[in-house]
Design a protein. Structure first.
Length: 471
C-alpha cells in the first residue's frame, strides 16, 4: 500500500482506495502512519469513516495525542468496543497517557475481565515489564500430542506476534518449557509435546524492568518471552515489537537529555513552539549561568592576562579541548552503562582507564600544540616571544629563555595535558556518580560536562602559566 499515493485522495474526501486495502497484512501500521501525516481534523474524520473492526486494529498504532482526540469524538459504546478489543499491552499503553479522572472514566467502559486485568497491570511501576504484558496467550501440556496441541491453538489462539511461541505448563500452571511454532509444524503429529521439549526456556519476572527485558531479548534473540509471577505461573507474554518501541522511546529521551534539554513528550514535528521553548530554555539558562563562572575565572586572572596578552589567544583552544574530552568520556560511559557493560561498582576500573586515556590524549594534543606554536614562530606567522612585561607592573625586561616563545609553548602543552585528563575523569565519573544515587546518567549532558570543564580548565591553564611564566 503506497501511503503517499493515498494522501491526496483522502484530503479530497476519497477513501475508496484506503478501504480497498483493508485486508492487507500491514494495513493497520500503514494507515496509522498515513493518519499521522494528515491535519488533525482530516485524520479524525478519516478514522471515524473506517469500519469498526478496522478502527480497532488501527487504534493501537496511533500516537497518543491522536488517540485522545479520536476518543473525544466517539460515543461511549464505540469507545468501549475499541478498548475491550485492544491487546492488553496496547490497552495499558493507552491508559498510561490519561490523567486520573480519565482513567476512572475509561475503566468503567471495560468489561469486568478487562477492567480487573487493566487495573492490576496499572498498579505495577511504569518501567516494569507488566506494562508491556500481553495476556492473550495459550498454554499446552507436555502429555498432549502435537496434533492435539495444534487443534487447541487453532481453537483458542488468535493471530498475534505472541503466537510464534507456545508455552508448556504442568498441572499447576507452572512454566516448564517454551516451544517455537515451527517445531510443531516440522514434527510428526503423533509425537507428544514432551518428545520435542528441550527443557530450556527464558522468561521474565513480572517485576523485571523494561531494561532487563531489552537485555534478555538481545542476549537470547527471541521474538516473545513469557512473564511469570513469583510462583513461576505464566501471567502473559512480552513480544519483541513492544520492547523495540520502548527501547526507541528510551533512547530518544536519553539523546535529548544528553543534548542539554528536557525530553519531549511528543515527536519533534508535533511539539508546539512554546512547548519546545520551554523544554530547551531551562537547561540553556542553567548552562548560561554556569558559563558565567568562566567570566569570573578570567576576571580573577585578569592581572596575568594583562601581563602576557598572548595567553588569551589560547583560551578557546584550552576550553574546547577540555570540553570535547569530557563529552567523549561521558558518551562512552553512559552508553556502556545502558548496555550493562559497566555499573557504579566499576568506578575504580573506569577511573584508572580514563586517567591513562586522558594522559595519553593530553600528551598527543599537547605535542601538537607545542609543534604548532613552534612552526608559527619559525615561519614568522606570529611572534610568541615575551620580550618584556610592561612597566605598569613594575617589572624589568626579561632576557634569554625567560622571554622565549618556548615558555608559552610549554605552558600550552602542559595545560592541555592537565585539562584533557581532568575532562576525561569528569566526563566518566559524573555519570557513574549519578547512577550511584539512582539518577538518570543521561542528565549529565554533554553541555553540562563541557561547562564544568571550561571553568576548571581556565583555572588549570592560568595556574600552569603562573608557575612557568612566573606571573
Amino acid at each position: 500500500m503506497l501511503v503517499q499515493d493515498m494522501r491526496e485522495k483522502i484530503l479530497e474526501g476519497d477513501l475508496s482506495e484506503l478501504l480497498h486495502h483493508s485486508k492487507d497484512e500491514d494495513y493497520p501500521a500503514e494507515v496509522a502512519k498515513l493518519l499521522g501525516t494528515l491535519p488533525q481534523d482530516h485524520a479524525i474524520n478519516t478514522f471515524l469513516a473506517l469500519p469498526e473492526g478496522v478502527q480497532t486494529k488501527i487504534f493501537a498504532f496511533l500516537d497518543h495525542v491522536l488517540q485522545s482526540s479520536i476518543m473525544e469524538e466517539l460515543p461511549r459504546p464505540k469507545i468501549s468496543n475499541i478498548l475491550n478489543n485492544l491487546e492488553s499491552n496496547d490497552r495499558v499503553a493507552f491508559f498510561d497517557t490519561l490523567d486520573g479522572i480519565q482513567v476512572t472514566e475509561y475503566l468503567n467502559l471495560l468489561n469486568d475481565k478487562n477492567r480487573l486485568a487493566t487495573y492490576d497491570l496499572l498498579g505495577y511501576p511504569e518501567q516494569s515489564v507488566a506494562r508491556l504484558i500481553n495476556t492473550n496467550f495459550t498454554t499446552v501440556r507436555k502429555e498432549w500430542t502435537i496434533g492435539q496441541a495444534i487443534e487447541h491453538l487453532r481453537r483458542y489462539y488468535t493471530d498475534t506476534p505472541a503466537a510464534n511461541v507456545i508455552f508448556v505448563v504442568d498441572n499447576n500452571g507452572k512454566l516448564v518449557d517454551d516451544i517455537p511454532i515451527r517445531r510443531l509444524v516440522l514434527n510428526d503429529h503423533n509425537k507428544t509435546i514432551e518428545d520435542i521439549m528441550d527443557g530450556f526456556y527464558v522468561k521474565l519476572e513480572i517485576q523485571d524492568s523494561i531494561d532487563e527485558a531489552i537485555q534478555k531479548f538481545k542476549e537470547y534473540d527471541r521474538v516473545a518471552l513469557p512473564v511469570t509471577n513469583s510462583n513461576n505461573i505464566v501471567m502473559g507474554v512480552v513480544t519483541i515489537d513492544d520492547v523495540i518501541d520502548e527501547a526507541e522511546e528510551k533512547d530518544t529521551k536519553e539523546m535529548q537529555q544528553f543534548g542539554g534539554l528536557e525530553s519531549l513528550d511528543l515527536p519533534y514535528v508535533k511539539t508546539g513552539f512554546f512547548t519546545m521553548i520551554q523544554k530547551r530554555a531551562g537547561w540553556l539558562i542553567i548552562l548560561f549561568l554556569s558559563e558565567m563562572l568562566t567570566a569570573t575565572a578570567m576576571q580573577h586572572f585578569q592581572n596575568e592576562l594583562d601581563k602576557v596578552l598572548v595567553l588569551t589567544m589560547f583560551v578557546p583552544l584550552i576550553m574546547s579541548s577540555g570540553g570535547n574530552s569530557g563529552s567523549q568520556a561521558a558518551t562512552l560511559i553512559i552508553r556502556a552503562m545502558a548496555l550493562k557493560e559497566l555499573s557504579p561498582r566499576d568506578w575504580w576500573y573506569v577511573m584508572r582507564r580514563e586517567l591513562f586515556s586522558g594522559l595519553t590524549l593530553g600528551i598527543i594534543l599537547g605535542t601538537i600544540g607545542f609543534i604548532r606554536i613552534a612552526i608559527w614562530q619559525y615561519l614568522n606567522i606570529w611572534n610568541y616571544n615575551i620580550h618584556s612585561i610592561t612597566q605598569a607592573h613594575g617589572n624589568v625586561p626579561l632576557g634569554g629563555l625567560a622571554g622565549s616563545w618556548m615558555l608559552v609553548a610549554f605552558t600550552v602543552s602542559l595545560s592541555l595535558i592537565g585539562i584533557v585528563m581532568w575532562g576525561t575523569l569528569s566526563g566518566s565519573m559524573i555519570p557513574m556518580l549519578l547512577k550511584k544515587f539512582k539518577l538518570d546518567p543521561a542528565t549529565s549532558s554533554a553541555p553540562f560536562v563541557a561547562t564544568l570543564v571550561d571553568v576548571t580548565g581556565l583555572i588549570i591553564f592560568f595556574s600552569v602559566a603562573a608557575m612557568i611564566l612566573h606571573l
